[in-house]
Design a protein around this ligand. Structure first.
Ligand code: PMV
Ligand code: MG
Length: 357
């Protein structure tokens, strides 16, 4: 039996701007995993997942037709990952087989609520990794990223794929997205083999080393948020509020550039300062898109972290899920954790996970 795992992620900074080609974000991989196991089967295969089931479907009506929204259903990412890996196996002339595929996830709370750790990305990466092993297909990080990005993009269609990069490369990364309009065209223009071999325009992943005294704390609000719907809402405002949106992008880019330099210089104070700046920049985005990124509970989470000497912000699309704090290890971290707990914020004792090539 083959069993492989892929980590979940949290955004540290640069959210929403990273959806535009070339705009940076910082993301970390966490020691919470999706595990995919594969066993050879005879005649009939199966796909089994306790957490991810096709038991409810969202849809709307368009021109009289039912249109399904599968973007928040991890099951569709499993199917897309299988399809992409089988396409890859075909170009390598590897015969396809029959198997039982099982998926288990730590990325959801015991009662099935999402923490917002990017389960759809982790499930995509883990499925592709497991199938590549099953079919003996060569994959390094770059190839795995491309395969998973294609599979994920086919289902979600509007994300930066930063969560895929975090799950593939692990640790702390600075990520810049490739041009997804190019990918759409390139898929029609190039053979699958050519597409995987070439450099993708705009794509950049830099591994970052955090300063020794940096401690990452994660607080969970307990309310799930839909990234794809929040990103849609920002995109709708983009055309209407062109000048504000361009200013947001420029501010985020400049902030992230300084923050990445903070990592390169091992300067916690600079990193914290830019985290606070990024929080303000996202609040400005909030004020003209009315997306409610920083909910009242996320605001409390951030304010409490600041009170205890840390810097904090929402993580990812916001609207619920998690917030993060960066704090000097020598500060009274227990006092902050207690304060969070007294305010209905659940501290999640997760650590950053590094991935071996
Ligand atoms: O809420 P999360 O952790 O899925 O993060 C979303 C981050 C965005 O920048 C808002 C969207 C994206 O795809 O990068
Ligand atoms: Mg989220």
């Amino acid at each position: 039996m083959i069993s492989v795992k892929a980590p979940g992620k949290l955004y540290i900074a640069g959210e929403y701007a990273v959806v535009e080609t070339g705009f940076p974000a910082i993301i970390v991989a966490l020691d919470q995993f999706v595990t995919v196991s594969i066993q050879t089967a005879d005649q009939i295969g199966s796909i089994v997942s306790a957490q991810y089931q096709e038991n409810s479907i969202y849809w709307r009506r368009e021109d009289g037709e039912m249109v399904f929204d599968n973007r928040d259903n991890p099951f569709h990412y499993i199917l897309s990952a299988i399809k992409v890996t089988e396409d890859y196996a075909k170009i390598l002339k590897q015969p396809l087989g029959i198997y039982h595929l099982t998926v288990e996830s730590d990325l959801d709370s015991a009662d099935g609520r999402k923490y917002g750790l990017g389960s759809s990305a982790a499930v995509t990466v883990a499925t592709i990794k497991a199938l590549c092993k099953f079919y003996h297909l060569p994959v390094d990080h770059n190839r795995l990223f491309k395969l998973a990005a294609i599979a994920h993009f086919d289902v979600q269609g509007n994300g930066s794929l930063g969560d895929i990069a975090a799950s593939v490369y692990g640790g702390w990364i600075a990520y810049r997205s490739f041009d997804r309009d190019w990918l759409k065209l390139a898929r029609k223009t190039y053979s699958f083999a050519d597409l995987l071999d070439q450099k993708w325009p705009g794509l950049e992943v830099e591994l970052l080393t955090p300063p020794e005294n940096l401690k990452l704390l994660v607080g969970w609000t307990g309310s799930p948020a839909s990234t794809s719907h929040l990103v849609d809402r920002v995109a709708l405002n983009k055309a209407k509020q062109h000048a504000d949106y361009q200013a947001f992008l420029a501010n985020s880019q400049a902030c992230l550039k300084r923050m990445i330099n903070g990592f390169r210089n091992q300067d916690l104070t600079a990193i914290q300062q830019e985290l606070t700046t990024n929080r303000q920049i996202l609040n400005e985005l909030d004020s003209f898109t009315h997306v409610h990124i920083e909910t009242p509970l996320l605001k409390t989470l951030c304010d409490l972290a600041e009170k205890h000497g840390g810097a904090a912000k929402t993580s990812g699309a916001g609207g619920g899920d998690c917030g993060i704090a960066l704090i000097d290890k020598t500060k009274d971290i227990d006092a902050l954790i207690d304060d969070w707990q007294n305010h209905q914020i659940t501290p999640l004792a997760f650590n950053v996970h590094t991935v071996e090539e």
